[in-house]
Design a protein around this ligand. Sequence first.
Ligand code: HEM
Length: 438
Amino acid sequence: MPRASVADTLRAVNLVLLPLVARGLIVRRPPLVAGAEKLQLDRTAVRELQRLRRIYGPGPLRLALPRAVALILDPEDAKRVLAESPEPFRADSLEKRHALGHFQPYGVLASSGVPRDDRRAYNEQVLDTPAPVHCLADELLGKVVDEADTLLAVSEATGRLTWDDFMRHWFRMVRRVVFGDHAADDEEVTDLSGALRADGNWSYLKPKSRRKFERFEARLLHHLAKAEPGSLAGLMAQTPASPITVPHMQVPQWLFAFDPAGIATWRALVLLEGHPRQMERAVSEVADVDLRRPHELEFARACVLESLRLWPTTPGILRDTTEDTEWSTGTLPAGHGVVLFAPYLHRDDERLAFADRFEPSLWTGDHDPDAFPLVPFSAGPVVCPGRNLVLLLTSAMLGRLVQHHEYRLPARRHLDATEPMPAIYDPFRVTFAMRRRA
Ligand code: HEM
């Protein structure tokens, strides 16, 4: 199996792996995201992987590092790795186990073998994984619309929709969805989750904070004990669990993962602001829809999916091999790290005509989703079990934001539909001018 030279390994580490880790694998570090945007680092990373593919061929490429790691360069190989997870490609890779150990040591993503199967089944039941419209949609959508409306009232008064206001109401919605309305104001549980995730960014380089973790766990148990009807906590109380499930330790992943869902919704609004035709379509989709009632907004969902394709919130999908695996170019030994770099799979302009365009039609049934691996939610047996729930809530939020209001961005944050979309778009420094539509 091809192995990169020391010089090429150093380039791959500097241009692909280090920027990925520096921005924060578990929680984004805003100053570094701003720097990454300025330098458009993901464009450089994609170019570097294209260069390596030209030199070494499309098979997995081993790097000359003390920690055995291989880069996946071929879309078919990416599909294989995801389809054959978690055996022989285990999802709880070494780095991930250490990173997640800071705040969810018994979460499904940090598990393998029998505990993984048990916890995965539990997650799927509560998140109602296969259903495009979650079984609690009636209750959950009301919470989304409530929070969107309060946010819009605040923004209308000032004529500005800011990132901070958006995220404040986003996380209120998340706490109401996960724990119930009684937890709407508990910012501490969100802050603790954020602080533990920031520790997780350092993986095994940072000691675990027992005090913070215990405080976080106590808040979780306090809220879950109420089992409020119409929330995921209420559903958890009715869902059978075994002694190895550790139900409350599945929740940190949900809180964690609603953060990128907010980022994806926000960037979808940025995309629509820059693409008037698509904005018109998004507005007309919700014109006569009561967003509090269960619905499937196909176009709004496609816009969120496009936001995630252009700027994946999980840019690195990591695996470790549990046994030797055979490839057309040779054998990859057991214990090897495997890295799928989502921006390369989604935006390889040598392979994909749409790489740098905003193209919601990729997700609306006009295209064959199996033709190329677009994997914002991963794929295969480890695919995000929250995918449908996320798309329900994010599309409802996006739908509500555009239903009666219009938005403008200043030129420096505006995306021009006639230009290629940037490789990185920093969501944190965005403020929309907004008003109620005439
Ligand atoms: C935009 C938002 C989200 C994105 C892009 C996303 C994406 C992902 C990805 C890429 C994985 C990793 C799979 C792998 O390693 O192959 C994952 C795992 C997971 N996600 Fe999400 N996710 C999001 C939101 C959520 C939400 C809101 C929940 C729960 C309410 C959730 C629950 C989970 C769980 C439990 C796993 C672990 C699955 C396993 O290990 O089997 N996700 N997600």
